[in-house]
Design a protein around this ligand. Sequence first.
Ligand SMILES: O=C(O)CNC(=O)[C@H](CS)NC(=O)CCC(=O)C(=O)O
Length: 286
Amino acid sequence: MKTSLIQLCSTRDVAHNLKRCDELADQAIADGADWILFPENAPFLGPDKEKFTIAEPIDGPIVGHFREIARRGQCWVSLGSFAEKIASERGGAPERTYNTQLLIAPSGETVAVYRKIHLFDVHVEGGQSFLESGSVAPGDQVVSAAIAPDGTSAPAQRVGLTICYDLRFPELYRALSAQGATVLTAPAAFTLQTGRDHWHPLLQARAIENQAYILAPNQFGNHFGQRWSYGHSAIYDPWGRMIACAPDTECVVSATLDFEYLNDVRQRMPCLSHRRLGGPNTSTFK
Ligand SMILES: O=C(O)CNC(=O)[C@H](CS)NC(=O)CCC(=O)C(=O)O
């Protein structure tokens, strides 16, 4: 299964961002991608106040744009995230949105909806502060879904959905492992300041300890004059080798996932079945 990560420098201009998504997706489609993944907040990265004005439900026009990419390319699409309008807050200006990732099938149908659980309320090096919970409500569901390369008889794989700051919470990935995930998505707007020390080690650790592929399209560069993203969109294999990494520009990077290799890794070193802690009571040994 050929997977392509789109690395973007999203702006506060939705029309511009969607055009870049189309152009880069078309490159990936021409290159034979079976699955195209966009970073966190691909359609809009700007001030919170403006985010509320573009927030929409999961069947809105921005999402429709990505469903159309899936149909056009006859490929799977992960919309890393978009600002989802919360139904209970419709009517007036919404106070908060969800930061929502969608998995879209080649038919254009949305098959999984994951709302970011861990929110980035952090002071980063250099004095910059983030308060994601000021505009985003946390999700409370661990989400995975079956995915199969179209037109093949290969067995379906299970994809576990996560977003950005979630990478720092290994228990989420363990829960996805327990659901049978062999592929993990981690679309991000990982900051330059934290990314240069933590991005690769976190991705590599999640891949090694869960013996899964991890697909991590990141934002890159400066957004609305306010913040910088680290780029380095990357794919790690179940042994923890980096098999794709983006250069410092908007681009497409691709790699082919090999699930026979994944099964080999899991058979040779069966750590997932060697676990002794875990389950409902993490203070006892099995
Ligand atoms: O707010 C938006 O518009 C888009 N959302 C984001 O950029 C999110 C929340 S601020 N970024 C992260 O989670 C970065 C995590 C990170 O960089 C780390 O864990 O070090």
